[in-house]
Design a protein around this ligand. Structure first.
Ligand code: F6P
Length: 243
């Protein structure tokens, strides 16, 4: 069942989500956090960094594993998710960078990279708290709408809708990578706790679909309704189409 927390606006959503992540770290200082990229979590990461800076939060034992990475982008590329995580969180908190993990977008062998990344997640003993954004088409990580739920880390061809949405961050749409590595639905659903965040009017149709629609691989996020401990934090704009 999906627990729903309504937030006033982006700032309120960010603080509420940061509070839950912070509680997780306080309760278990060596928590494994599953982390997400995209515009939505930036306010959460800023808030966590601020609390860490004030000495209220300690990342020294925290381990992280990210959802996804573009195929073909090296870590130093400013649109790689490695770069995003470093700029928005890792360099601002006292985390040991060796405890942070993402798929390697430059790996030569895709199959081996998927296997390696799956084993990284397993070797950490699973994810304590997984943070998720939601794509306009219902994707989580880069699990795009499909006929099946892919369970394990895999290489995925991005949909036109995702390429369009993410082109805002690249010089031209032709620069957006066509493929990505992503955690599978199985690894995401194995997390002990899941937090999914949504903000803004553009997310209102998919948030309505998530809450009111059926569970189907056509809306990958819908599977979350089968998880035992999942919370959606959405602001008023994102909730504006929900009855
Ligand atoms: O938070 P945003 O930028 O709307 O992105 C939503 C989702 O899309 C992605 O950016 C990938 O397209 C995910 O990483 C994110 O969860």
């Amino acid at each position: 069942m999906l627990k729903i927390i309504r937030a006033r606006d982006y700032k309120d959503m960010s603080r509420k989500a940061a509070n839950i992540i912070s509680a997780q770290i306080i309760l278990k200082n060596d928590s494994v956090l599953g982390l997400a990229t995209g515009s939505t979590p930036i306010g959460i990461y800023n808030t966590l960094a601020h609390w860490c800076d004030k000495g209220d939060l300690d990342f020294s034992q925290v381990k992280t594993v990210n959802l996804d990475e573009y195929v073909g982008l090296p870590a130093y590329h400013d649109q790689s998710y490695y770069y995003f995580m470093r700029e928005n969180l890792f360099k601002k908190v006292n985390i040991d960078i060796n405890n942070t993990h993402l798929p390697d977008g430059t790996a030569e062998n895709a199959e081996e990279e998927c296997e390696r990344y799956h084993n990284v997640i397993e070797s950490m003993g699973g994810i304590d708290l997984q943070l998720l954004g939601i794509g306009n088409n219902g994707h989580i990580g880069f699990n795009e709408p499909s006929d099946i739920f892919e369970t394990k880390v895999h290489k995925v061809e991005l949909t036109e809708s995702t390429i369009q949405a993410n082109s805002r961050l690249f010089d031209s749409i032709d620069d957006v990578p066509r493929y990505a590595y992503t955690m599978g639905i199985g690894e995401i659903m194995s997390a002990k706790q899941i937090l999914i965040v949504a903000s803004g009017k553009a997310k209102a149709p998919i948030v309505k679909e998530l809450i009111e629609g059926p569970v189907t691989p056509k809306v990958p996020a819908s599977i979350l309704k089968f998880h035992g401990n999942v919370t959606l934090i959405a602001d008023e704009d994102a909730m504006s189409l929900v009855k």
